[in-house]
Design a protein around this ligand. Structure first.
Ligand SMILES: Nc1ncnc2c1ncn2[C@@H]1O[C@H](COP(=O)(O)OP(=O)(O)OP(=O)(O)O)[C@@H](O)[C@H]1O
Length: 272
């Protein structure tokens, strides 16, 4: 899905695509260890952009810097055309940047609908999730309706009242996706969303993700499952030892000797 910036009424990035998240010259040093260096990337609206690389390449560190959870040593971040480099994680969320985490982050004791409704908190309230439920009746109704829509989009409406702790890992991943969708974020960072899923669940997750994409949404996807990356992403950035070693279309990444070499030793089949 490639859309022109003017068709969705937002600024264009340097490739003429609707600007989502633009990252420039990011460097993160932990102690003396350079985890990420000179990373530039664009995750425009209307497409899924991949960020891949072997273990320890710096993908999660880059995500943490993008979402504002980690202060980089250097670098700038622009969201929907505005500089958010000096804004923290909750401020970036309120401006339209959502994310999920590598480990499933759900409230096991709460039911599915309540977990998903909490997604709106990240966008609106910022600090205290329980304030959502003390608000006016009309506001609560709207939150529930938004959450129910997200459950339908993710195909889990039938388990809305089930405690999340009773669900399979595949269902929990869909709960996470529904929760981030409830936030109505324009740009979503998804960190290994298929981790822990079997082949069938991964396929289904990919189908759901594809169905929730639209021209006003951009996704930056960190993912080890290369078939999912190749199926979903229109453009891919490849990190190794903290540096971008390749960028291109799925076909170009698949054919790249540089990418193959980076993956050798970890999983010779990672790019096949
Ligand atoms: N809190 C930390 N303190 C020190 N070093 C860290 C910290 N977090 C990550 N690192 C190091 O930074 C580098 C990048 O790690 P990061 O977790 O970003 O990689 P990754 O590509 O997400 O890996 P994976 O695919 O295994 O999740 C690695 O060398 C890692 O050991």
């Amino acid at each position: 899905m490639t859309v022109a910036a003017e068709s969705v009424g937002v600024a264009a990035d340097k490739h003429g695509l609707p600007e989502g998240l633009a990252v420039r010259d990011v460097r993160v040093v932990y102690g003396g260890h350079v985890a990420v260096s000179k990373v530039d990337l664009d995750a425009p609206l209307g497409r899924v952009t991949g960020l891949i690389g072997p273990n320890g390449a710096g993908k999660t560190t880059t995500f943490n810097a993008c979402s504002g959870l980690l202060k980089p040593t250097n670098g700038t971040f622009s969201l929907l055309g505005s500089d958010v480099s000096r804004i923290g994680a909750s401020g970036r969320a309120r401006r339209g940047l959502g994310r999920t985490f590598q480990r499933v982050e759900v409230c096991e004791a709460m039911d599915v609908l309540t977990n998903v409704a909490l997604g709106l908190e990240a966008r609106t309230i910022g600090r205290n999730p329980l304030r959502q439920f003390g608000g006016a009746r009309a506001q609560q109704r709207q939150i529930i309706e938004t959450a129910e829509q997200a459950l339908h989009r993710c195909g889990i409406a039938d388990i809305a009242d089930r405690p999340v702790g009773m669900l399979s890992i595949g269902q929990k991943r869909l709960v996470e996706l529904a929760r981030v969708l409830t936030g109505g974020f324009q740009v979503m960072l998804l960190d290994e969303p298929s981790s822990g899923l079997d082949e069938e669940e991964t396929k289904r997750f990919g189908e759901v993700l594809r169905s929730v994409m639209n021209e006003r949404t951009g996704i930056l996807l960190v993912e080890h499952d290369m078939s999912l990356v190749m199926q979903l992403c229109e453009y891919i950035y490849v990190l190794d030892f903290g540096n971008l070693i390749f960028t291109g279309s799925p076909g170009e990444v698949r054919d790249s000797e540089t990418v193959r070499t980076a993956y050798l030793g970890e999983s010779a089949e990672a790019t096949s």
